[in-house]
Design a protein around this ligand. Structure first.
Ligand SMILES: Nc1nc2c(c(=O)[nH]1)N[C@H]1C(S)=C(S)[C@@H](COP(=O)(O)O)O[C@H]1N2
Ligand SMILES: [Mo]
Length: 240
């Protein structure tokens, strides 16, 4: 693809993203003659927009990092329920289950995950609702983990299912990004229940809702897995 094409694509993708943002929330399509046609059209635009974002994603560009003094502590909780409802997962019996296009689907205990190489990061976490915080997470780089379990990294998606019924999925290029980790710790101590214990995805190249907490299952697949918010119309790619 030449520069001009890329520039055009970028413009087009921005225009489409803008279109989606200005037309989706609070839209009044009930009045229209063919609401399902409009809905299908908007969904097609979003899917196209996702493809454009994937094309423009640079797997080598790092998200900004920050000094420890800037970490927001305590962190800011968010979920589709109140903090008092956060699931409790027993770390002693925890097992991360694996599925899909993976050679070695043996489940992983927390001790086994802690036995793998760990990476830390101080990065900004951005929620689509309009707030952002800086946090310090550490854990197993997802690229390392995927290679270790013999995942087919030519597949399109990595999907996650959580202890609270939440689910999400990411594109393989973002899954293999060097700052994408299966986080076990926040500020060098184990994650607490509301913030994703015992294992959460920390992926600074994506918006907050693409950072599933309390992950119970990970799968590698070519079948579009969607997500809790994604299935309600939020943009699936949602790079940050
Ligand atoms: N299991 C689970 N993971 C989740 C969510 C959730 O409701 N359940 N909410 C998402 C959203 S919208 C955000 S902004 C972040 C909030 O993470 P935090 O509570 O650590 O700030 O978690 C994401 N991951
Ligand atoms: Mo969010």
């Amino acid at each position: 693809m030449n520069k001009l094409d890329l520039g055009r694509r970028k413009l087009l993708s921005r225009a489409l993203a803008l279109g989606a943002i200005t037309t989706l929330p609070g839209c009044d399509f009930e009045d229209l003659a063919h609401p399902d046609l409009v809905d299908r059209f908007l969904r097609t635009m979003l899917a196209f927009n996702d493809e454009m974002q994937a094309l423009l994603f640079n797997p080598h560009t790092l998200a900004p990092t920050f000094p420890a003094s800037m970490v927001t502590n305590p962190p800011r909780f968010n979920a589709y329920y109140d903090i008092s409802m956060a699931p409790m997962v027993d770390p002693a019996t925890y097992q991360l289950e694996l599925g899909g296009q993976i050679q070695d689907k043996q489940p992983w205990t927390l001790a086994a995950l802690r036995g793998l190489p760990q990476e830390g990061q101080i990065t900004r976490f951005i929620c689509v609702e309009g707030w952002r915080v800086i946090g310090q997470w550490s854990g197993v780089p997802l690229a390392y983990f995927l290679h270790r379990i013999g995942a087919d990294t030519t597949c399109k998606y990595v999907s996650f299912k959580c202890a609270d019924g939440y689910y999400s999925s990411i594109d393989m290029a973002s899954a293999l990004h060097p700052q994408t980790i299966l986080a076990l710790d926040f500020l060098n101590v184990p994650l607490t229940a509301p913030f994703g214990a015992p294992v959460r995805l920390r992926i600074p190249v994506k918006l907050g809702f693409k950072n599933p907490k309390s992950i119970m299952q990970l799968a590698v697949t070519n079948t579009y897995p969607g997500g809790y918010w994604e299935d309600q119309g939020y943009d699936w790619f949602s790079g940050s």
